[in-house]
Design a protein around this ligand. Structure first.
Ligand SMILES: Nc1ncnc2c1ncn2[C@@H]1O[C@H](COP(=O)(O)OP(=O)(O)OP(=O)(O)O)[C@@H](O)[C@H]1O
Length: 334
């Protein structure tokens, strides 16, 4: 399968101003005129490689704060890259001419967790969905209502709702409006960031089924970001696991859920409720998630890893091919 989007060694660093209490603590800690930090540096994503093959669903998982959303935002161009490269069907998006880049940018759309926050409450659905394709000259303005009616039907809503405002919909319906809005510019890639997390379980299943039906009908490719492994198992062809800004494992989904190679992935699966039918108990991943402001040396997971060896605290394990189609970044799998 040809890669649709490739991230090569991408990194993202956030510089955040220190709040007053942190600055005061810093002054007390360095009373002899040492240089005072005014900001903290968060390395949210650290040299991540991610290939999203055309027509596939790649599930991106990991605990809160590991950098999943930041990767998703970099994938669609909502965050600039601190380092690394981004390719769309082999075209380097950084060096592409601005006009081409703008065109290609439309091919990748993001669907957020909270449609309330991403849908302008002052606009009706016909404008929310129809404005972008008119602005990009994809449809004539006088065709907007027909175009929106067709899209609403595609996502399982009646065209009669097009003059309603977002607050007049249920959560599941708003999710469908958000999907229709993303589809309006005819993307090939949808990046779904916790897109069903806020919905009731039965509505989640309906929206997941809609994603799968749209995949078939429109030949879509997905990057599906979720902390919920049961959702990822249901929907993904490939699973990528992140820990504290780095990819630690990637594998075909069926093989991954059969057996995980990285100790962090094993802990993550053990911690997932409802993953296997009949599974009564789940064990939370032991230990605290370290701060990305001050990550552990070597393998970031070593302080929580039951198999840690001396070299794990000093040497960063490379993400390497361990079995056909399976990558792992662990000295145990070396
Ligand atoms: N705009 C930002 N400015 C500063 N720091 C940020 C920003 N966005 C994310 N971060 C930090 O980057 C790290 C990774 O955040 P990110 O949201 O990508 O993680 P995540 O895995 O998606 O977590 P969650 O599942 O909780 O959304 C976190 O420490 C977060 O606080």
């Amino acid at each position: 399968m040809n890669p649709l989007l490739e991230l090569r060694g991408v990194s993202k660093t956030f510089h955040r101003p220190l709040d007053l209490s942190a600055r005061l603590a810093n002054t007390v800690a360095r009373p002899l005129g040492g240089k005072q930090a005014k900001e903290e540096i968060c390395r949210a994503v650290d040299a991540v490689d991610l290939v999203i093959p055309q027509g596939q669903v790649v599930g991106l998982v990991g605990e809160s704060g590991c950098g999943k959303s930041t990767v998703g935002r970099m994938a669609v161009g909502l965050h600039s890259l601190t380092g690394g490269e981004r390719y769309w069907k082999g075209v380097n998006l950084h060096s592409a001419p601005p006009r081409q880049r703008k065109q290609l940018q439309l091919q990748m759309q993001m669907i957020f967790q909270d449609p309330n926050a991403s849908l302008n409450p002052r606009k009706t659905v016909v404008d929310l969905i129809g404005e972008a394709p008119v602005a990009h000259h994809m449809i004539p303005a006088n065709n907007k209502a027909d175009f929106v009616a067709e899209l609403l039907q595609k996502v399982g809503l009646s065209s009669t709702v097009m003059h309603r405002y977002p607050h007049q919909f249920s959560g599941g319906q708003r999710a469908r409006v958000g999907i229709a809005r993303a589809l309006a510019v005819k993307p090939e890639l949808l990046v779904c960031d916790e897109s069903v997390a806020a919905l009731d379980v039965s509505i989640q299943a309906q929206v997941l089924n809609l994603f799968m039906a749209l995949r078939e009908e429109l030949g879509l490719t997905y990057l599906f970001i979720s902390h919920d492994l049961s959702v990822v198992r249901h929907i993904s062809d490939e699973v990528v696991v992140m820990y504290l800004g780095r990819v630690v494992e990637s594998a075909p989904a069926a093989e991954f859920f059969e057996r995980q190679l990285h100790p962090y992935s094993q802990a993550l699966v053990r911690a997932a409720p409802m993953l296997e039918s009949g599974k009564k108990q789940f064990q939370p991943v032991a230990g605290e998630i370290p701060s990305p402001l001050n990550p552990p040396s070597g393998c970031h997971f070593h302080p929580r890893c039951p198999h840690a060896m001396p070299k794990c605290s000093s040497q960063v394990p490379e993400l390497r091919l361990v079995q056909l189609g399976r990558l792992s970044a662990c000295h145990l799998n070396g």
